[in-house]
Design a protein around this ligand. Structure first.
Ligand SMILES: [Zn+2]
Length: 282
């Protein structure tokens, strides 16, 4: 919704993203609904929530979803906080999620709470190799609307965009209720849910054929008509903005080399990738 770059999605391809969790019982219901349809999503977890519900963080990982972070405490002030505080929020969120995963690092994906972007924060994220995510399609599920209305608005907006990245919140009762209906409706309308993973991460060791998950290069001239976009953070670094064309191209390639879109049909759970069973529970 904010950036000129977006994921290299094809027509009617959809990426599901869930912010602010995990929180029982809603996150569990959302995970159940995703598992029932063999669909993979991307999570942006809040550090304090991960500390409170580490078992849910591990379930998200074991179920094969991508885990990014969304700060430690979810302040709605990223657009005007000091860089030092932003760094603490970002690092704290990653440390908390990593602790829940017994030391495994989450994906280098970050979504700013409230999408309240600031150049200094984006530059810091880029300097740490973290990719800033926005969204294409809001579901409005934070506006306390009904599950039926969440489905209606999301589908209407996805139809208007012919696909895109959907922003949802797995801590909302209405979202948990809406999800099975939303997934059925997406299927019936011929949308295809694809899964975004960090390039080179553990998921690429699954049996998927490389042709199915390779990144397609993003358009060099992104259409301004498309309302939105997740953007690869590197492109916003101040130095890149004034850099020569070849430097911009190099930055673009570095960023797109760090994400992959998985398009396999019915991948099923990727159990075994993260085996926490032999660890001592917290
Ligand atoms: Zn949020």
């Amino acid at each position: 919704m904010q950036y000129r770059e977006t994921l290299p999605l094809g027509p009617r391809e959809v990426v599901l993203t869930f912010d602010d969790g995990p929180l029982p019982p809603y996150s569990s219901r959302v995970l159940d609904a995703l598992a029932a349809e063999c669909v993979k999503a991307t999570y942006f977890l809040v550090g304090s929530m991960a500390r409170a519900h580490p078992e849910l963080v591990r379930r998200i990982a074991v179920d094969g979803h991508t885990i990014g972070t969304h700060s430690q405490n979810h302040p709605f002030t990223f657009h005007n906080m000091s860089r030092a505080r932003a760094e603490r929020e970002i690092s704290g969120g990653i440390a908390s999620v990593s602790a829940a995963l017994h030391g495994l690092k989450p994906a280098p994906f970050f979504r700013i709470p409230g999408l309240l972007r600031a150049s200094s924060v984006e530059a810091y994220l880029a300097s740490r190799g973290l990719i800033t995510w926005s969204a294409d399609v809001p579901s409005d599920d934070w506006r306390r609307i009904s599950d039926t209305e969440i489905v209606r608005r999301t589908i209407a907006r996805l139809e208007a965009h012919n696909g895109g990245m959907v922003l949802l919140h797995d801590i909302r009762p209405a979202t948990a209720l809406a999800l099975p209906k939303l997934l059925r409706e997406l299927k019936a309308r011929g949308f295809r849910i694809v899964h975004v993973v960090p390039a080179g991460g553990p998921v690429v060791t699954t049996a998927t054929a490389p042709g199915q998950w390779a990144v397609r290069a993003a358009s060099r001239k992104p259409s301004v008509k498309r309302a939105t976009r997740t953007r690869l953070a590197e492109r916003r670094v101040k130095t890149v903005r004034s850099a020569s064309l070849w430097q911009r191209e190099a930055a673009r390639r570095r960023a797109s080399a760090r994400m992959a879109v998985i398009r396999e049909e019915n991948p099923g759970p990727r159990r075994g990738l993260f085996d926490f069973s032999r660890r001592i529970p917290e």
